[in-house]
Design a protein around this ligand. Sequence first.
Ligand code: ZN
Length: 248
Amino acid sequence: MPEGPQIIILKEQLEQYVGQEILEAKGTVKNIPVQNLKNQILTEIKTYGKVLLLCFPTFTIRIHLMLFGKYAINQELNRELRLGFTFETGEVNFYACDCRLISEHLNQVYDWSTDVMHPSFNQVKVLEKFYCHPERLICDALLDQKILAGVGNGIKNEVLFRTHIHPASLMGQVPEAALKNLIRTCVTFSKEYLSWKQEGTEKENWQVYQQRVCLRDQVPLRKEKIGKPVRSCYFCEKCQVLYSSCVF
Ligand SMILES: [Zn+2]
């Protein structure tokens, strides 16, 4: 599943079409009147966490690539087209994704201050949201897009490892300083991840995600399915502190 930084890259790839008119719109998406999109002008592209927002003068199209979504620029893939646009200088096609039409102003729909890639990200706001869920596992809260937008499973594992926090820690048990450090790391790591992704070096920079040995202790890492819904957690039992009353 693409995380926030990958959606920023998609946005950058599509910026070439901003200011252009849709010459043709097609696709099997049911909840958007595809034929009415013809002649609309793409005015801006925004992102919120893991979603891409294509802005037109009176509405926005929200595209979420979900787990298996794909997109193709100036080519077609051999699969069911959900939504595709032909502009004056090229085309973009989306597959296996969730597409929705938003008619409200985006500021009424999205809280930009909780998006790790957004300039108005606000650590205090996110900390308040964390405190509202003391009973939740930290690995679940990090993936909750209503708390922190843009963090996916890879970033989750990396920031927990880098801040020495065990993924099964309870939110309410993690000290405030550690939580603040975790939130800061979500932002700094996501930005680093974006630059690695742009250079094509992101896999070399994973320290724990899909890795086998702890860099700090040289002991085998554990891989467990943890959380609701369950997602893979990679962690070191020796150097990641479990803040909880129960033993994992
Ligand atoms: Zn370790």
